[in-house]
Design a protein around this ligand. Structure first.
Ligand SMILES: [Zn+2]
Length: 141
């Protein structure tokens, strides 16, 4: 029987193993090596129809672009940094970058992925969700 209280992926790129460990999963084209976050029936780069291979993404990357968000929905603390990060294995992810002052943001700054509790919400069985955010390399999660 499935363990209904085991944490669940909070986003489409997160995977949760049977032991509760979590990671970011990407897909790599077996013909050209292009990487994407979602498996498609044909590679977006070379149009190969060979099914892409899933891989466990690295948690290290570099800040590609960002926006400091000053207005949001009620209950969402502002300001926060919405970032696009290029992981070292080629995957690009969008997420929140925490623990950094806006004036310290630099293109190419090293960041790490932190898997988190996706805001602390639970489903009706009490299972938590696993999401992710980024922090500068060397900062605390
Ligand atoms: Zn390809």
């Amino acid at each position: 029987m499935e363990n209904s209280t085991l944490a669940k992926p909070g986003t489409k790129v997160v995977r949760v193993g049977p032991d509760g460990s979590a990671w970011i999963e990407g897909y790599r084209c077996q013909a050209c090596g292009a990487v994407v976050t979602v498996a498609t029936m044909a590679c977006r780069s070379c149009t190969s129809r060979t099914p892409p291979a899933a891989f466990r993404a690295t948690d290290h990357g570099k800040l590609f672009s960002w926006a400091v968000v000053h207005r949001s929905y009620p209950g969402i603390a502002v300001p926060f940094v919405s970032a696009i990060v290029d992981l070292d294995d080629g995957l690009s992810l969008k997420g929140t970058l925490r623990n950094v002052e806006a004036n310290a943001l630099r293109s190419g700054m090293p960041v790490v992925v932190v898997l988190d509790d996706a805001g602390g919400t639970h489903d009706k069985h009490g299972a938590s969700y696993v999401g992710f955010h980024f922090v500068p390399e060397g900062a605390h999660a």
